[in-house]
Design a protein around this ligand. Sequence first.
Ligand code: ITT
Length: 203
Amino acid sequence: MKIIFATGNKGKLREAREILGPEYEIISSADAGITEDIPETGSTFQENSLQKAEYIWNKIGMDCFSDDSGLEVDALGGAPGIYSARYAGEGHDFDKNIDKLLHELAVLDAKALIAGEPAPERTARFRTVVTLMINGEPHYFEGSCEGRISFERSGNGGFGYDPVFIPDAYPDQSMADLSEEVKNSISHRHEALVKMAAWLQEK
Ligand code: ITT
């Protein structure tokens, strides 16, 4: 099956191709001629995910899917959440986003220390909402991956916050330490895309 993935994120594209396998020919939005930034103005993963898939459908009338995802850190009230890609500004700089995240958590640790309280838990999760747009109808598939935030970076794999995310499934390694194959077997994206593939098989 040939289908467009409404994303400009090369990491997402690589992972989706590996997760969905050779049965799917996944075409990036750029390869379908859409090179502009697709607006994301919603207040939830689902709203932003729908916006990206609708944009492609409205512009070129082709079936597609999108992925709106992010990192939720409990001690930060769920931040960066839907702002994960632009946490440290519109530059979408993964390195600066990680610097900001580690800084915010260090501030909380210092406050707790001064107050004589225990340091806050560093529990977190990646979440994604995949929207599959078929004949202009949206279908949603969700995925999440539980873990915690480390104190420093480790590993060169994956993208985004992977160097500081320790998945519960591999508590001694960061997501960026894992091989692509292992990350793609436990990730939020894996959970959502496998549900999408099952839905497509059944329809
Ligand atoms: P598109 O909208 O073009 O798909 P984007 O990177 O802007 O690309 P999002 O708005 O969905 O995508 O933001 C997702 C951000 O969440 C992403 O840039 C990373 O910072 C983070 N993220 C999502 N999935 C991740 C993963 O598997 N590993 C690490 N970070 C991830």
